[in-house]
Design a protein around this ligand. Structure first.
Ligand code: UT7
Length: 325
């Protein structure tokens, strides 16, 4: 009998402080920075995002998302034997946010580690967890995407600070006789490091370099549109499926224009595209599990539906996961 991995439950958490485009524009105006709801909505589709308050870390958001995913799956934290957190905004330089999360969930002993692939982090983490479950290294995993991007935004740079938000999403992924995850596809090309990065680091007790998000938006946009289509097609081919089999497309939520462009290339009607970027902004590694959980709780994604998850971001990294929910 074959061994697969399958999502048993989803959960997510947004910090309570909701900041609309109007709120942000008013705040930026006090710094002499001009932006508007019209510009942000027209160029990105974003209307609001959530920001954490001081002292709230990635592991706090992740812990709440995991509790909700465990509850949805009807599983106890004690039964989890693997924790993977995708994040680019960890609590500390080390240890991993996954280790801190494990303790916050009141468990100990199972492997726990972070995956760093920026906005592709969740598809990377899901791929690793799927491989570990299929090979018998784990039986029940918490796979999490969690970010506090507000900590690395330069609020004097209107080209980036209006785009991102904070949040966390999680799935319980467990061994199953039935798929589950049908196929995965991951890529990276490090020659594009400079188009999306936080170039700072910590050394000698100081921050070296610039610890804020830098992005060449147009270069990222052009690369994203091409690789998302390629990766979706490669994943479908590996699974022996076609674009007509996709019930729901859940891409990384960065820009509604990129997401709709990908749906059109896959010949999917736009009502099969799950959109949360309007309410969440770009939450990097958290965006896909946040959108998945929203779609499940709204009754859109149902058991048996075929779902394409797609990530793209800094590195440059990209990839996709096709699954039967
Ligand atoms: O999460 C990883 C993946 N990331 C992405 O997928 C992001 C991909 N890129 C994008 O989504 C878009 O490139 C952006 C939303 C970042 C920018 O949209 P754009 O249509 O490429 O705008 P642009 O950079 O060409 O800027 C157009 C104009 C510029 O003014 P000029 O030079 O035409 O006078 C900018 O200075 O818009 C100006 N601008 C703004 N105006 C008001 C840039 N940011 C703002 C702002 N408010 N916040």
């Amino acid at each position: 009998m074959s061994r697969y991995s399958r999502i048993a439950g989803t959960g997510s958490y947004l910090p309570p402080r909701r900041v609309t485009n109007q709120d942000l524009a008013a705040e930026l105006a006090t710094r002499g920075i001009e932006t508007s709801d019209d510009w942000i909505v027209e160029r990105t589709g974003i209307r609001a995002r959530h920001f954490v308050d001081a002292g709230v870390n990635v592991s706090d958001l992740a812990a709440e998302a995991c509790r909700r995913a465990l509850e949805a799956a009807g599983r106890e934290a004690a039964s989890v034997d693997l924790i993977i957190v995708a994040t680019s905004t960890p609590d500390m330089v080390f240890p991993s946010s996954a280790a801190i999360l494990q303790h916050k969930l009141g468990i100990a002993g199972c492997p726990a580690f972070d995956v760093q692939a920026v906005c592709s982090g969740f598809v990377y983490a899901l791929t690793v967890a799927d491989a570990m479950i299929r090979t018998g290294s784990a039986s029940r995993a918490l796979v999490v995407g969690a970010e506090v991007f507000s900590r690395i935004l330069d609020f004097d740079d209107r080209t980036t600070c209006v785009l991102f938000g904070d949040g966390a999403g999680a799935v319980v992924l467990e061994a199953s006789d039935e798929p589950g995850i049908l196929a995965t596809d991951l890529h990276a090309d490090g020659k594009h490091v400079g188009i999306l990065c936080v170039p700072g680091t910590v050394a000698g007790g100081k921050v070296l370099g610039d610890p804020f998000v830098k992005m060449d938006g147009q270069a990222v946009f052009k690369l994203a549109v091409g690789v998302l289509e390629d990766s979706a097609r490669a994943t479908l081919a590996k699974a022996g499926r076609t674009d007509a089999d996709i019930d729901w497309l859940i891409p990384h939520q960065a820009n509604i224009r990129i997401m709709q462009g990908t749906a059109r290339k896959l010949k999917l009607p736009l009502d099969k595209l799950v959109v949360t970027v309007d309410q969440h902004g770009n939450t990097s590694a958290a965006s896909i599990p946040l959108a998945l959980d929203a779609a499940v709780r709204e009754g859109k994604v149902r058991r048996g539906d075929t779902v394409m998850l797609e990530g793209v971001g800094g590195g440059f990294t990209w990839g996709a996961v096709l699954l039967d929910f």
